[in-house]
Write a protein that binds this ligand. Structure first.
Ligand code: GLA
Length: 357
């Protein structure tokens, strides 16, 4: 059995596993604990299926991680860092939980990745999760009602649609934190993955991994993925030493969209399997995180442990620390408004290149 002991009760709420599939044989397995994408089976160029996301085979390992890597989880209320765990909204200062040195990271200790979501499987290929985050949970103002839908389409896309409403002005920035390895979980690191990122600019970081506020061109830096290159090509350059590799927010160009009007964010290719992953989003930014904090200590679904840089995250998002950076796109959700965000991860192979970007 690939998965054991996911049926539990946490704080009076039932947990379990939920399987989405499409007619091409793709399969996505979720648990409602943190909306974790536990497993994702996609074919390679010869039609061989592999599980291309990092995760665990027991719920226990997600519940009590030695260190939290956010495997496959939804991230909220605010993806990435908020400097000093504070921000001012409508003249009032809010103190958030500090769980990353002096910073607030990924929604705090009890972020959305740790809560049990109410689940409604709509059909074989669609599931919805809902949660009400109470006023001042982890320090954020407003009762926030969140609804997230995942659809596995016949075009081999995993489509994520986020919605939220609040009864008081607040800040929101939701993302998805799967670690992808197109060779398959446990089959080496992602250094050899070739990636193109549709971004001419990025947001540089200070020593606390908070954006300095500058918007800098990628040209002549390690951040230039406008022409596809391998992740490993510049990953050990001096400028990436403080972050141990890629852990940066790219500002997406708005020049290319899919049929739904979502921005083309990135394309990742792996030569041996021929697998291709494309990312489209309504968000203005994307964090490329090359799994630099993975340390061979957490167990994968097969016997292998999660290697240093064994997976890469493509976290579509508003920019880190936006509540404190007035020049960045606004992340305030006002009472009466609806937060809407969508991201599509599309899986193809080198064989059907003509259909892909
Ligand atoms: C994000 C952050 C990283 C790290 C990972 C989780 O991508 O930017 O610094 O916290 O999540 O380990």
């Amino acid at each position: 059995m690939r998965f054991i002991d996911f049926e539990k009760e946490i704080e009076g709420k039932p947990t379990g596993l939920f399987v989405l599939s499409n007619n091409n044989g793709l399969e996505a397995v979720f648990t409602n604990f943190g909306q974790r994408l536990v497993s994702l089976l996609v074919p390679d160029k010869n039609g061989v299926f592999d599980d291309i996301v990092l995760g665990h085979s027991t719920l226990e390992e997600y519940l009590y991680p030695e260190s939290e890597h956010y495997f496959g989880a939804i991230i909220g209320r605010y993806a990435n860092r908020i400097a000093n765990g504070t921000f001012v909204l409508d003249g009032k200062e809010y103190a958030l939980v500090k769980n990353n040195g002096e910073n607030h990271l990924h929604g705090g200790v009890k972020g959305f990745h740790t809560v049990v979501w109410e689940t409604n499987q709509i059909s074989a290929n669609k599931i919805e999760f809902a949660y009400v985050s109470e006023h001042l949970e982890e320090g954020y103002p407003g009762n926030l009602k969140v609804k997230v839908a995942y659809i596995l389409t016949e075009d081999n896309e995993l489509k994520i649609i986020y919605e939220a409403v609040t009864d008081q002005n607040t800040v929101v920035n939701l993302t998805h934190h799967s670690y992808f390895n197109l060779k398959g979980e446990g089959k080496g690191d992602i250094g050899d993955h070739i990636i193109k990122i549709n971004a001419d600019y990025f947001t540089p970081l200070n020593k606390n991994m908070i954006p300095t506020g500058e918007i800098v061109s990628v040209i002549n830096t390690s951040m230039d993925f406008t022409i596809p290159k391998s992740i490993e090509k510049h990953i050990d350059n001096k400028e990436l030493l403080p972050t141990k590799g890629y852990d940066h927010n790219f500002i997406l160009n708005k020049n290319q969209t899919n049929t739904e009007g979502l921005i083309f964010a990135a394309k990742v290719e792996e030569a041996i399997t021929g697998r291709i992953l494309e990312v489209y989003t309504s968000e203005p930014g994307m964090q490329l995180y090359s799994g630099n904090f993975l340390n061979n200590k957490t167990k994968g679904k097969n016997i292998e442990n999660h290697l240093f840089r064994g997976g890469l995250c493509l976290e579509t998002q508003h920019f880190p620390d936006s509540p404190n950076q007035k020049e960045f796109p606004c992340v305030i959700l006002k009472q009466g408004e609806i937060y809407r965000s969508s991201t599509v991860y599309r899986f193809g192979t080198s064989k059907e290149k003509a259909n892909l970007i």
